[in-house]
Every structure is written in structure tokens, then in C-alpha cells.
Design a protein around this ligand. Sequence first.
Ligand SMILES: NC(=O)c1ccc[n+]([C@@H]2O[C@H](COP(=O)([O-])OP(=O)(O)OC[C@H]3O[C@@H](n4cnc5c(N)ncnc54)[C@H](O)[C@@H]3O)[C@@H](O)[C@H]2O)c1
Length: 395
Amino acid sequence: MKALLLESIHTRAHEVFGAAGIEVETRPGALSEDDLIEALQGVQLLGIRSGTNLTAKVVENTDLLAVGAFCIGTNQIDLAATADHGVAAFNAPYSNTRSVVELVIAEIISLARRLPEKTQKMHGGVWDKSAHGSHEIRGRVLGIVGYGNIGSQLSVVAEALGLRVIFFDAADKLAHGNARRMPTLDALLAEADVVSLHVDGRPGNAGLFGAEQFDKMKPRSLFINAARGMVVDTEALRERILSGHIAGAALDVFPVEPKKQGDPFESPLRGLDNVILTPHVGGSTQEAQEEIGGFVAGKLAAYVAAGSTANSVNLPEVQVANDGIARITHLHRSVPGVLAEIVTILGEADVNILGQQLATRGEIGYAVIDVESPLAESTVEKLAALPSTIRLRAL
Ligand SMILES: NC(=O)c1ccc[n+]([C@@H]2O[C@H](COP(=O)([O-])OP(=O)(O)OC[C@H]3O[C@@H](n4cnc5c(N)ncnc54)[C@H](O)[C@@H]3O)[C@@H](O)[C@H]2O)c1
């Protein structure tokens, strides 16, 4: 088994593959479609970040078993084509959660102490020693909008610093520590000294936060968005900062972001007092890269060894451990009677089934069947020849 890792994936991934007996080849940059097809000959596992596109053409012209997106997004992978060819895809949806939380905590303190202004003046040679407008965050109310992976972890860390946490989420969420769930967004806005957005990118969240929401925030409150750029009306925010209604803001994401390193950054929020602007780096830390490396490589290794598709972004999810039991994994078109056909073939071969799991996702089904002893080659061939079979593995 061989893995090709592109785009300088963290060496933690090499360690995980090494421990699993998987050979690793690395390339520092991304590859074009044709170069990727060539590089993948004789390779079963691919690791990429956001710079390499795994297209249908690549999938059709290679013999990949699985692909790992060593990042959060999976837009660069043709998920339908990979599923259709039985190539499992994994990513790292939570590995940079802590990094985002730490950035937000730093921003809350920085804005409360008006550090952006102070450091700017000092660089300009101005000594302006004053407590005016500077506050401790202890006892202040933090309003978290979106209490998912990031929002809920922010809640825990913020409470440890003495903030009082309230949150609003569209779904029912367990409140951590002393955090209080608010019945509506408006109720949160009326109470929070700091509002921090951590909602996901569902289409309905476009424009979630505009003039009306800013006006409902408390006078001189702080605003933070490290979630999605399209959620916030930046013109409306600019007006409230200029009027003083919002005392400070930190933004890490923007409705339009430069495509590549060095492209100019345009925003109505440039040049405003007590506003922190960062280039979408909330999750960008060495620790997050290491965590991502270990997490995604672990998912790929578990798929290779045990057939576990837990956290797969394109295949039905079946979570199984590598417990040394003989196992077949059967990825198939989800049509009536598939499981019966498999069981019949196993029965005819006198194979004792110890356990079986089936999951479906759209038109694809995935059966994991533990058997008493390894299957004869003729039985494996019969299963592979079923019309519904996309990929059969005997482990
Ligand atoms: N700045 C960065 O570098 C960076 C890094 C990682 C994640 N993110 C972004 O942070 C956001 C949160 O990430 P996560 O992993 O916590 O996501 P998540 O899916 O775990 O949580 C999102 C939460 O928001 C809630 N929600 C969605 N729409 C809502 C609405 N209109 N009102 C109230 N609640 C709503 C959902 O129910 C869910 O609980 C995402 O948009 C993600 O893309 C940014």
C-alpha cells in the first residue's frame, strides 16, 4: 500500500502511515490533472490540501482506494465521482477548532483594551497613556451565535477567563458549564457585551447579520466574525463603528476574499479605529496542521486496515475497529436484494457470518461483514461479480 502526499502535509501524517505499514511518497506542491494521473500510478492513497483538484478524470484513470483532504473544505474533490468509483474521501472538520477559539479570545481582550489603536499610535511615535475606553473582560457577557464545535469550545474557555456566556443556536444544544441558552437571537443581542459569530455556511445564513441586528446590539458592544464572510453586511458594520454604536470589531472572514497570496484586499472596514482584520487565519496554526495530519491519516489508515468509513464525506459511514477478524467490505449500488445476494453466496460457500453492518448514503450502500475465516478466492470473485458491486475488499 502506497500513499502520495502533496502540498507539504504535516509529518505527523507520515508517522501514522509508517505505523500502519503504508509507504509514503511526498511532493511539496500541488499537481495539475495530468501530472496527478501520472504520479498516482501504483498509488492507492492520496493526501491533498486545497491546491490540488481530484477530478472525475483523475479518478477514472487511476486506481485510488481513498483520498484525504488534509484541511477542512472538500470542494477540491469531485465527491460524486469518487463515491461512484468507490474511492473513500475524508477530511478534518474539527482539527482547528481550538486555534479559532484562541484567536477569538485574543480578539475579545484586544478589543476591550483597544490594543489596535494603541499599538498603531506607538508605531506612529505617539505615547498616549490612558485608561479611557479600556476594560477588563471579567464579568462581561459574551454572546455566542452558533454553538457547534467552535462556539461550544469558546464557551468553555471564555468562562474560565471570567466571562459570562450566553448563546443562541438554531438547533437544540447542550449548554456547557454555566452558559445560558437564549430563546432568540434578539434576546442574545439585547444582553451581550461581545457578540461572536460561529454559525455554519448554510445558504440561509447569507446576510444573517445586517443593520437590524447591529442596531439591536448594546451600545458600545464588540463584534467578532470568524465564521463565514457572507454572514455579515460589512457596510452596515462600518456605519455602526463610525457612529460609535459598535466599540470595536474583529473580522477574520470576508464576503469577498483575495484568491491568492499577494492579491489586494478590499473592504469597507479598512482603516477604522479599533478594528482587527486578519486574512482568514482563524484555524491556521502549526498545532492545527499537526492535528489535521494525524486525524486524516488515521481515518485513511483505519479504512485501509479495517474498512471503517467513520467521518467519510462521500461514502456511507460504518464505524468498525481493526480487531483482526476476517472481514469483507462491499461497496455497492443501493438496489433491492443486495444483502440477500451476498448472504446467499456466503451461505453456499459454507461461510459463518459473525456480524454485519449496512449503511446507505444516497444511491450507495456499504456492507461490512465479519466472517469466521478468510474467504476462498472463488467466493470473493462471486461477490465481486455481483452487478451492484462498486468495490469489494477482503480484509
Ligand atoms: N476562520 C477560520 O479560519 C475558520 C476555521 C474553522 C471554521 N470556521 C468556520 O466557523 C464556523 C463554525 O464552525 P464549527 O466547526 O463550529 O461548525 P458547526 O457546524 O459545528 O457549528 C455551527 C453551529 O451553528 C448553528 N447555526 C447555523 N446557522 C445558525 C443560525 N442562523 N442561527 C443560530 N445557529 C445557527 C448550527 O446549528 C451549529 O450548531 C463555520 O462557518 C466554519 O466554516 C472558520
